[in-house]
Design a binder for this molecule. Structure first.
Ligand code: HEC
Length: 173
């Protein structure tokens, strides 16, 4: 009898320490972002940014925290290797590349620093350099990258609003 009671107490202790351990592992996993779901892709209302109607409130260039964090995430996947974590052009994959990856913070643009120009550069790349084309990324993700680059650069140029609105209503790859 005593023996049995001891046994069940023992298994209770075992069980609770096992669940405490798995909870601990869960917390560690969270910290290492194993468990964290990927961020949701921001939604663009009323169709794509092509053939859309800017008057409907669809303005992917307009600063939003959602787009910015998406942009940061994509930047760390595709761009950090050359441009570096802080965009300073000092990524490990960029060492020795000629011309070197641009310091996006200093932003001495060859192709321009308006939202539209950055979108085109990201979509088409820069010929003759290792800046490739990222036209295969969803447009919303390219706009998210534009927002991120503009958030870190010291040199952004303003777009003409009508030009931008015109640009997003026309088909573009
Ligand atoms: C393989 C290396 C590499 C990767 C990866 C890379 N870039 Fe570049 N990037 C470059 C180089 C090199 C230049 C400079 C080209 C030049 O001098 O004309 C550049 C230039 C740029 C410019 C400046 C354009 C201008 O007008 O001067 C922007 C903006 C840019 N990259 C954004 C990005 C973004 C966003 C990504 C990720 C989607 C990315 N790059 C990924 C190498 C890279």
């Amino acid at each position: 009898m005593v023996h049995k009671r001891f046994q069940s107490k023992f298994s209770l202790v075992l069980l609770s320490s096992a669940s405490a351990l798995s909870f601990f592992i869960f917390l560690v996993a969270c910290d290492f972002r194993l468990v964290r779901p990927p961020s949701e892709k921001p939604e663009i209302k009323n169709g794509s940014i092509l053939g859309n109607n800017p008057a409907s409130g669809q303005r992917p260039w307009e600063h939003s925290l959602e787009m910015l964090s998406r942009g940061k995430e994509i930047f760390s996947m595709y761009c950090v290797s050359c441009h570096g974590k802080g965009g300073r052009g000092d990524g490990p994959g960029g060492a020795g590349i000629v011309p070197p990856p641009r310091d996006l913070v200093a932003g001495r643009w060859r192709k321009g620093g308006t939202s539209k120009e950055l979108f085109v550069t990201i979509s088409e790349g820069i010929e003759g350099t290792s800046m490739g084309s990222y036209g295969h990324l969803d447009k919303i993700d390219r706009w998210a990258l534009v927002q991120f680059v503009r958030s870190i650069t010291e040199r952004k140029s303003d777009d003409s609003l009508s030009d931008l609105e015109d640009f997003v209503t026309k088909p573009y790859k």
